[in-house]
Design a protein around this ligand. Structure first.
Ligand code: 5AD
Ligand code: SF4
Length: 474
């Protein structure tokens, strides 16, 4: 250990505060030489979990002195926060890396980092190591909090820095972060997943499930509220299993109730519950608390009990439908959405018809439909009877037609009502309009000035356009 190392704290987050200082000295020097601040661009692939991680990366980057840049091609530091849930997510990243390489050839000072789920796959790391040598920093899902340290090291050393942890039992609190929206934010409650659905790569790339301490979660929400946040979304791969392994166990229902009671907070959402253990207690807490949004995303994956067993989902077709019934009875104003995979190994026409049957009976408000993608390392990848592409594609389009038919029945049910809308943005197509969201997650467009962004306003829902409403502010 050299003399300098003796002063580097070995506890977190103190160690990172040290490296934030050190890296910011380097960045300041560089900016002075360039005559302008250094800039960053983060491209996020994948889910809300990754989006929240990117906010933490942005927080660290801004603390060390980078400023945001809208254009990827002009930034001094580009980070791709990758996703590996389906194969096409991986392919997209490599396509874009080729483009970045061309820029780096002209502008040597460009720094490139790769992180996120794809980087937890050993085959992908090997590919980056051998075919994408121009990448400066590679890290995974468990050590994003270390970004300042990695930046500092990459300024000091030649070649690619690769720092991947296989798993972790650590949760590092108090790392800086910036929010994409001033008025809403994701809040991590659990990291990782222990469910091992047989098609899914998440347990391998996000590691074992860990819950944050409730007091840390409440503290973060209180801080957000003091800073103007109106809505939070509690994030976990399976929120229902929150808190079971804490020293003082607490249920997800108790947590969400405590969050909803934070003074000044207007709305709470959550993503994603697992149907196998969505409790009556949770349904009752939602029913009793209007601050909890009227939207439940309840991934079905398949409607066939046989396929659900092969997927290791641990519920049956009948069990799922009974849960839907209970939710619809106790929470009549809830919008129910889902995820469905078509073409899981061994799926027969009969199995597929069970999926169609559940979709018709559950009458989902909307559904994300996916074609099964083989993920190396998961049990399903080596199962017999992988389904040919043409069969899957044909089933996929049949499913889509039924999903749309059901969504059409459900949407428009609130036409004529006046309901609160959290205003999120100016409408992308028409700058005279604003876009916001109902408690049940449906989009509403209405005329108004952009000062209303971030506020909750009452809007009369005049017209239903399928997946959204046109309305007018009261
Ligand atoms: N192939 C297709 N879809 C998948 N999902 C997860 N893994 C796969 C896979 N290998 C879908 C599931 C999950 C959503 C986030 O992605 O439906 O709920
Ligand atoms: Fe994947 Fe299943 Fe965990 Fe969801 S619950 S992240 S589908 S393993």
């Amino acid at each position: 250990m050299n003399a300098l190392n003796q002063f580097i704290p070995d506890t977190e987050p103190e160690r990172q505060f040290y490296f934030i200082e050190k890296a910011s000295e380097l960045i300041k020097r560089q900016a002075k030489e360039n005559g302008k601040p250094l800039t960053y661009f983060i491209q996020t692939f994948g889910c809300q979990m990754n989006s929240r991680d990117s906010e933490k990366l942005a927080g660290i980057l801004e603390k060390v002195g980078y400023v945001p840049c809208e254009e990827e091609d002009k930034a001094d530091f580009v980070i791709y926060n990758t996703c590996s849930i389906r194969e096409n997510a991986n392919t997209r990243v490599y396509g874009r890396l080729g483009h970045l390489n061309a820029i780096k050839k002209k502008r040597k000072s460009l720094k490139i980092a790769l992180c996120g789920c794809m980087m937890q796959e050993p085959d992908e790391i090997e590919k980056v190591r051998t075919q994408f040598k121009f990448v400066d920093i590679v890290f995974g899902t468990h050590n994003i909090f270390k970004l300042a340290e990695l930046i500092f090291n990459s300024f000091e050393a030649e070649g690619t820095i690769i720092d991947i942890w296989k798993d972790t039992d650590k949760i590092v609190e108090d790392i800086p972060n910036v929010r994409k929206y001033p008025f809403k934010s994701g809040v991590n409650i659990t990291f990782g997943c222990n469910n091992f659905c047989t098609y899914c790569i998440v347990p391998y790339v996000r590691g074992r499930e860990r819950s944050r301490e409730p007091k840390e979660i409440i503290r973060e929400v209180e801080r957000f509220v003091a800073d103007g946040v109106k809505e939070v979304m509690l994030l976990g791969q399976n929120v229902n299993s929150y808190g079971k392994n804490l020293d003082n166990p607490i249920t997800f229902a108790e947590l969400i109730n405590a969050v909803a009671n934070v003074e000044g907070l207007e709305r709470v959402r959550f993503m994603t519950p697992h149907p196998k253990d969505l409790s009556d207690e949770l349904i009752d807490v939602i029913a009793a608390n209007k601050k909890i949004c009227r939207h439940i995303h309840l991934p079905l994956q398949s409607g066939s009990s046989r396929i659900l067993k092969a997927m290791n989902r641990r519920y049956t077709k009948e069990g799922y439908l009974a849960l839907v019934d209970k939710i619809r009875t106790k929470l009549p104003d809830v919008a129910l959405t889902t995820d469905i995979i078509v073409g899981f190994p061994g799926e027969t026409e009969e199995d597929f018809n069970d999926t169609i049957d559940v979709v018709r009976k559950a009458e989902f408000d909307s559904a994300f439909t996916f074609i099964y993608s083989k993920r190396i390392g998961t049990p399903a990848a080596v199962m017999d009877n992988q389904i040919p592409e043409e069969v899957t594609k044909e089933r996929f389009s049949r499913l889509l037609a039924v999903v749309n038919e059901c969504a059409t029945k459900r949407c428009g049910l609130d036409r004529g009502k006046t309901l609160p809308v959290l205003v999120e943005d100016v409408n992308e197509q028409n700058p005279e309009l604003l876009t916001g969201r109902l408690s049940n997650n449906t989009l509403v467009h209405f005329a108004g000035s952009k000062e209303l962004i971030g506020q909750i306003v009452n809007v009369k829902l005049n017209e239903s356009k399928g997946f959204y409403y046109l309305g007018e502010k009261e």
